[in-house]
Design a protein around this ligand. Structure first.
Ligand SMILES: Nc1ncnc2c1ncn2[C@@H]1O[C@H](COP(=O)(O)OP(=O)(O)O)[C@@H](O)[C@H]1O
Ligand SMILES: [Mg+2]
Length: 255
């Protein structure tokens, strides 16, 4: 039976589709078949896959299917759950009628959160929705765990050690908010860094397919690029492992 990951957050531009592409890249690269269900009316993943197909940056371990409502979702999960190892569901957030359906088919929910005031507020709303869902669940009803993932984290914050001085080239408010968000949501240990490789992935296709092209290139510059894609993939695999081993940052003042 496939393991199902639901990516949610009602904030547009929180990094949901990027994380979906990243995680599917990690699954495919490690030899696991993966279905992506695109439940977002913007169809970012469907468009991504159609571009990748046209330009040849595809991976036959990844299958992409659109869905418009909860019925489609149940249908697709039922149809593929014994054929693929993982199912990833990219969405528009919990403010939709199918949000409860999403929670009911998922084994784990992932909520990306960028370092911005709006993201923080919307992430709290998503968590409130989740807590409410849990409190309304009848005895024995299974509600999957929810993990917040810090997304598009700047390199100077990624490598910052808490309690040491603020990195010079970072606004004070952004710096403070980073740790406020950590204390508020206790996110997974692994953050998603801001990386040009992830933007390239957005434009071209899964990381493994890009890596393969660069590795095989005769151009020395492109061969060098392959190294950066290896690093990006390694990070994606670390994130996947963290989603399953559930290690959290834990606020410094938490017991
Ligand atoms: N880790 C990242 N590194 C670089 N760019 C990113 C990263 N995460 C998101 N972005 C960019 O931010 C924008 C919004 O991200 P996206 O994943 O589409 O958000 P959502 O699906 O939640 O609306 C996209 O243009 C994407 O390329
Ligand atoms: Mg999206």
């Amino acid at each position: 039976m496939a393991i199902v990951l639901g990516i949610m957050s009602s904030k547009g531009g929180a990094g949901k589709s990027t994380i979906t592409k990243l995680i599917s890249s990690a699954f495919a690269f490690t030899g696991n078949t993966c279905l992506i269900i695109d439940l977002d009316p913007n169809k970012d993943i469907v468009n991504w896959w159609s571009t990748a197909t046209q330009t040849g940056y595809v991976d036959d371990k990844i299958i992409v299917r659109p869905a418009t409502n909860g019925d489609d979702l149940f249908d697709l999960v039922g149809r593929y759950e014994s054929d693929v190892k993982f199912i990833l569901i990219d969405t528009k957030g919990e403010a939709s009628s199918w949000a409860v359906d999403l929670a009911s088919v998922s084994d784990v929910l992932v909520v990306p959160c960028m370092n911005a005031k709006g993201d923080r507020e919307r992430t709290q709303e998503t968590i409130d929705w989740y807590e409410d869902l849990k409190s309304r669940a009848e005895n024995g009803e299974r509600i999957p765990p929810l993990h917040v993932v810090l997304s598009r984290v700047k390199p100077n914050l990624l490598s910052h050690v808490r309690g040491t001085p603020k990195p010079k080239d970072l606004a004070a408010r952004e710096f403070e908010r980073h740790y406020e968000i950590i204390d508020q949501f206790n996110p997974l240990v692994t953050m998603v860094p801001e990386k040009s490789q992830y933007r390239e992935m957005d434009e071209l296709g899964p990381l493994g397919a890009i890596l393969k092209r660069y590795r095989e290139s005769d151009d020395n510059n492109e061969k060098l690029k392959a190294y950066h894609f290896e690093v990006a993939l390694a990070h994606a695999i670390t994130l996947v492992n963290n989603i399953f081993d559930n290690r959290k940052m834990e606020a410094s003042d938490a017991a």
